[in-house]
Design a protein around this ligand. Sequence first.
Ligand SMILES: [Ca+2]
Length: 254
Amino acid sequence: MLRYRHWLTESPRTRRRLSSLALSALLALFASGCVDLGHEPVTVMQGQLMTGPGVVFAERGELWAGTFELATTFEEDGHFEIPVSGDGLWGFHAYLEGYIYLPIQVDIGRGLPTTVTQPVVDWEQLCDGFGRCNWVEQSTNAAILTPEVDDDPTDNPVISNPHVVRAAPGIFQVSLDVFDPNGDLSNQILVHHIASGIASQLNPPGPIVDGDRPNGTYTGTVLIPEDRPQGGPWQFLAADHQCSNSQILEVLPE
Ligand SMILES: [Ca+2]
């Protein structure tokens, strides 16, 4: 209050000078970037799959070496959009029942919508080299993402008994039984809370041998920030090292 009175009783000339100093200081703060304007730019990974429905997971960091943190479902139209929590490298993973999952490394720009694109491949040449030609014909538009049809599901992971239990506000215990017929489970034993977009990897029930996760009951703890929705269904899936994935199961918390 004293300071305020002092300001009012200064001469007009002094007030103008003080006002000018205050403006300069404010401009300097803006220029140095240390003023939080409260408008954090929205950084989005978005794109278009040739079909749906399914789920896209966003892995923070280098593809297959990062952390699965976020996810979103998509419908028959194949469009997806995930607001990600930082720029830089993210792994994109699309899972559709009946298809081999599609992984792509994406470099996300800060405050920008980054569209995921798929390198256009000469499939005929690739097929000749690998002796397999069962790929879906890919669009010449790199922005139409095209996963491969899974024509041999006999070696796919099989999941059952998905459980979600709310242990405390914002804290959920999850578990899932996973079985892979040829024992090549990857680290992608995944859970997704649909309403909040939060995703997580589950922990294996035993040792990892040569990169292969064991069959058994996987468990985990998922934290949902209090400013995000807490209710509604959860999704589970598993994938192996050949990019085969399980069915996608959906459950409500117990
Ligand atoms: Ca397998």
